[in-house]
Design a protein around this ligand. Structure first.
Ligand code: OOB
Length: 550
């Protein structure tokens, strides 16, 4: 049914030069393993061990494999074909794991949307990925995804299949999927693309990140060794499971690879998570800085037993040294800083590093084959300890985005280095200290917001003559978003503009935290200035006026 559509779609590709492929293989990084390959092996070897816990569900490794088979075969029976892309939008529920593993078994390609994403974002992912199916929960966190599914099919007719976890209400329910296991394809080529992850979207809309079986499995296998994840580990997924950090650093995939136990927490607040830590004897957890601080505070008065916790990882946004010390004191376990990106490169402080390194750096790369360059504005390497732009390439860092030549031209150098957009200092031993960003996005407690994307939505409002969105340092969130608006025509209020952004079908975290009306931009500027300079000027002026400090 999809034949003509399939043949014309943009192929999924992620290609490293042959010399590097040979090097990564020879080093044992790429071992020719695949998702279905490792999941099958674990199901055979650890059949009766618990793999996934969430809500009232406890699945053994054998059950996970079986459920993945049912879902994969069921999707093929619905008319999907191996290679089809499927937008998955699920929260921290066991079905997140069974669905994704089911897609892998059927050779289908998950495209991970966050539960917070709304129609504009989901439609963008579906179009860019040329998806033919959408899988979501009936409802999660008070939002009904069946409404979103209807809007999606209206806007992107190529999405022919909708599968709902829970009450289908006219759509196919996940529960009802059934098919012939014999129809499942053989295991995929380890060098092929396994899924599409979503970029933080530093400029404009989010880009799609194709990750291969070989590269991703290497990233979490090596992470396991660094983070001490073994068969005895119990990993709590408190951040959204679709995010690269709890997915693979080492996250739930690393834990499943090690034969450990994954526990899904429906919320990241201490009340929900602490009870699960006590009940399941959780050993490792990944958090963003504001949550880590909240947990450290709540730990002082909790009645729950948190003594099983061994490692608390903090990443996604900068954890400053004083906050790091508070996390260590409050939670009484090993802190690990994690500085990673969905595009690839992940840095960790090592578990036995000195406290000084752990509190004051964002770690060093996973691999000896991660090439890291720190360069000035002209691309020349800076001296050790100096701040510069971070560029990287390596055995699990992508060489291109999917279906986006313009973004690729900007984001990669000719010799395949990814421009991370981060400004860092490199210390002896390869440890990195994140100093800020070169690109204009707001890192709101780990959630990335593109200034440009939100400015576009604001400019679509008839009362907005011009808009500039900037990050403002924030004691709790790390950064919050502030939109400076030059109004025109009918007067409007901040609340209406916030409602407007929300009504554009965007994730709630993208709604500006603050709106400031101004008469003009860049009064001190001479001539034409770039949007970057303008945003920087507005931020400085605002902070001087409000007396806020960094
Ligand atoms: C993680 O991934 P993304 O793709 O949501 O965001 C990547 C960006 C980085 O380029 C950097 O700007 C920022 O997030 N970031 C940090 C950081 N960790 C990430 N900035 C300062 N300190 C840190 N520790 O956020 C991500 C992916 C895998 C593991 C961990 C985080």
């Amino acid at each position: 049914m999809n034949a003509s559509f399939s043949s014309s779609r943009v192929p999924l590709r992620q290609v490293w030069p042959p010399a590097l492929v040979a090097r990564y293989r020879a080093a044992g990084h790429w071992r020719g393993e695949t998702f279905p390959g490792f999941l099958r092996e674990r199901a055979e070897r650890l059949a009766g061990d618990i793999a996934v816990v969430g809500g009232d569900t406890r699945l053994t490794y054998a059950q996970l494999w079986q459920e993945a088979g049912r879902i994969g075969a069921g999707l093929l029976a619905q008319g999907l074909a191996p290679g089809d892309r499927v937008v998955v939008q699920l929260g921290n529920v066991p079905e997140f794991v069974t669905v994704v593993c089911g897609l892998f078994r059927a050779g289908l390609i998950p495209v991970y949307a966050l539960p917070a994403h709304r129609i504009t974002e989901v439609a963008h992912f579906a179009r860019k990925a040329e998806a033919t199916a959408y899988i979501a929960a009936a409802s999660y966190d008070g939002f009904d995804y069946r409404t979103l599914a209807r809007d999606l099919q209206a806007q992107v007719p190529a999405v022919q299949h909708v599968i709902i976890v829970g009450e289908g209400a006219g759509f196919t329910a996940l529960e009802a999927l059934a098919g012939d296991l014999e129809q499942l394809p053989p295991d995929p080529d380890p060098q092929s693309v396994a899924f599409l992850q979503i970029s933080g979207g530093s400029t404009g809309l989010s880009k799609l990140i194709p990750r291969t079986h070989d590269d991703y499995l290497y990233s979490f296998r090596a992470s396991n060794a660094i983070c001490g994840i073994t068969q005895d580990s119990v990993y709590l997924v408190a951040l959204p499971a679709a995010h690269n950090f709890p997915m693979s650093s080492p996250g739930f995939f690393g834990t499943l690879y090690a034969g450990g136990r994954v526990v899904l927490s429906p919320g990241a607040g201490p009340e929900t998570a602490f009870a699960l830590i006590a009940r399941e004897r959780v050993t490792c957890i990944g958090l963003v800085p504001p949550l880590a601080l909240l947990w450290a505070q709540a730990a002082a008065t909790t009645t729950q037993d948190l003594s099983s916790l061994q490692v608390v990882q903090v990443g996604g946004a900068k954890l400053v040294p004083e906050a790091a010390r508070r996390v260590i004191a409050g939670l009484g376990c090993t802190l690990q800083q994690v500085f990673g990106m969905a595009e690839g490169l992940v840095n960790y402080t090592r578990l036995h590093d000195s406290e000084e390194i752990i509190v004051s750096t964002q770690g060093r790369p996973i691999s000896e084959d991660d090439e890291v360059l720190v360069v000035d504005d002209h691309g020349h390497p800076v001296a050790e300890g100096e701040t510069g732009h971070l560029l990287t390439r390596g055995p699990y860092t992508i060489r291109c985005y999917h279906n986006d030549p313009a973004a690729n031209a900007r984001a990669f150098t000719e010799d395949g280095f990814y421009r991370t957009g981060d400004m860092v200092q490199r210390l002896p031993g390869g440890y990195l200290v994140v100093q800020g960003r070169a690109s204009d996005h707001i890192n709101r407690a780990g959630e990335k917001i593109s200034a440009e994307e939100i400015e576009d939505h604001l400019l679509a409002h008839p009362s907005v003559f011009d808009a500039a969105v900037v990050s403002i340092p924030d004691a709790y969130l790390g950064e919050r978003s502030c939109a400076f608006i030059i109004a025109q025509g009918e007067p409007t209020k901040a609340a209406s503009l916030k409602a407007w952004v929300r009504s554009r079908g965007l994730a709630a975290f993208k709604v500006p935290d603050q709106i400031v009306f101004v008469d003009a931009f860049g009064t001190t500027a001479v001539g034409k200035i770039s949007r970057r300079e303008l945003r920087a000027q507005l931020r400085e002026r605002f902070m001087q006026q409000t007396g806020e400090t960094r």
